[in-house]
Each structure stands twice: as structure tokens, then as C-alpha cells.
Design a protein around this ligand. Structure first.
Ligand SMILES: [Zn+2]
Length: 260
């Protein structure tokens, strides 16, 4: 264990949440030597009105695995059905087991304000799973020994950079992802079934284009002119997560990161 690479864990509620708001930064951290891990918490069983649930669940899982393989990320399978991500005992014990397995140094997680409850509930579950990683009396499902590494949490932008009340969310950290935008587009493009589904249900007429525009908007919000595309993050308090206040994401990615 002692000599393994530090791990970065990107977690979203649904397949493609990571690809929208975190995949560029995850790619850069992987290139900087972090072992990348990816997980979507929900199975996507509601992502089709035509296919049987087991069919759409299989399709979405294969798409997510393919996206993870683009950057050789370790893929962690979902644990619950869509619209059943609640902040509750069973999921918290399962999520904490995953955190103890991965032992991440950096966690990329959803915004605490977003348009969809699955996203915000995922963020809450992951926060407490990280918080309880070292508590000896907290029993995980399946059982895992506690871990004591420092962990730093970074909340990604909400979908299309706005919360549920349409308010623009301005991040604290801006990561220039311009030169890995092709990788990010490639990863999002793995989610072929979603393009059609979002066209039908939400009028997102161009799936890839909406991600590109959201990344360009974050770049425009950054304090100093930089690249054309950026991802934004807000760092969680270090209290309960690390011995000292530090910012390994900014330290690792150096000049690519601007702070507000
Ligand atoms: Zn989502």
C-alpha cells in the first residue's frame, strides 16, 4: 500500500455526469500520476421509455465502462436505481466501503446545489463517506477496515453551471482543460444512448455541444484570460478530512489552475 500512486476518485450520480463537469481535470490528474477511479452511483434504469430496464441498464453500464477506459480509469459499478439516491444508512455504508477501498487523496464530486436531487444527494453521501473513512466503529457494507489518509474534496460545477433556481454558480478554482478537450469529448461521446434520450425529454439538442459551451462558459468566468475551455470547482472545508488545509489539485496542476 505504501508505495502506490495517490488516487483520484471522480463520482457522479449518473453516467455522463463526470464527463460533463470533471473529465478534463480527471484526465490531467491521471497524466500527473494519480490513479483515476470513476463511479456513477445510479444504474440508469429510467433512461429509456422504450427499452426494458435491464436492457437500458446494461447499455448505460457499457457506455460508462467505455468512457472510463478512454483514460484507463478504474470503473466502479453503480449501487442503486435512479431516483433512489437518498441520504440514508444503507447507501452510506456502501459508499464508505468504496472510499475505504480506493483510499483517494482527491475526490471530485457533484455540486451541493444542482438542478437534480440525485446529484446533490450523491454529493452528501460522498462527503460523509469520506468523513467516516477513519472511524473504527463505523461498519461498512461490505466490511472494510478504516483508512486514515488525508482526503481533499472538490465540488464540480452544477449541470450547465446553474443551480436549480437558474443562478449562475461561479467556482473558486478554474482548471484550464483546453488541451484535453478532445479527450473529454471522446469520453462524453461514449454515451451514445443519451444523445437521443435528452433530445426527446429535455430538448438538449446537441449533447456534445452543450458540454462544450458549458466548458467555454467556465473559461470565460475565470479571472485572467487563459484557454478556451475550463472546468470549475469549489473546495470543501478540510475539517474532518485532512490534518491541514491544503490544495493538492492546484499544487499538482500548477499554472493550469486559477483561483478566484
Ligand atoms: Zn446526472
Amino acid at each position: 500500500m505504501a508505495n502506490r500512486s495517490p488516487a483520484v476518485f471522480a463520482v457522479g450520480a449518473h453516467p455522463d455526469d463526470i464527463e460533463f463537469n470533471m473529465a478534463g481535470t480527471l484526465t490531467l490528474l491521471a497524466r500527473a500520476g494519480f490513479e483515476p477511479h470513476m463511479m456513477n452511483v445510479a444504474r440508469s434504469n429510467l433512461d429509456s421509455n422504450e427499452l426494458p430496464e435491464e436492457d437500458i441498464t446494461g447499455i448505460r453500464r457499457r457506455e460508462a465502462e467505455r468512457a472510463a477506459s478512454v483514460i484507463q480509469a478504474v470503473y466502479h459499478p453503480p449501487i442503486v436505481d435512479d431516483l433512489m439516491i437518498f441520504y440514508e444508512d444503507r447507501l452510506l455504508r456502501q459508499m464508505t466501503a468504496i472510499i475505504r477501498d480506493i483510499r483517494p487523496t482527491i475526490v471530485l464530486l457533484p455540486s451541493l446545489t444542482d438542478y437534480m436531487e440525485d446529484h446533490t444527494n450523491t454529493a452528501r453521501l460522498v462527503i460523509t463517506a469520506c468523513f467516516s473513512r477513519a472511524m473504527r466503529h463505523y461498519r461498512t457494507d461490505p466490511p472494510r477496515a478504516p483508512t486514515d489518509q488525508d482526503v481533499y474534496l472538490y465540488h464540480a460545477q452544477p449541470h450547465l453551471n446553474r443551480d436549480g433556481m437558474r443562478t449562475l454558480v461561479v467556482p473558486d478554482l478554474f482548471v484550464d482543460i483546453s488541451d484535453v478537450m478532445d479527450v473529454k469529448l471522446n469520453m462524453l461521446g461514449c454515451h451514445e444512448s443519451q444523445r437521443q434520450w435528452l433530445d426527446e425529454t429535455q430538448g438538449l439538442d446537441d449533447y456534445l455541444e452543450s458540454m462544450r459551451q458549458a466548458s467555454a462558459e467556465v473559461a470565460r468566468l475565470s479571472p485572467a484570460p487563459a484557454g478556451a475551455y475550463a472546468e470549475g470547482f469549489r473546495q470543501h472545508s478540510h475539517v474532518g478530512f485532512s490534518a491541514r488545509d491544503a490544495n493538492p489539485l492546484a499544487q499538482t496542476l500548477g499554472d493550469r489552475v486559477q483561483r478566484r
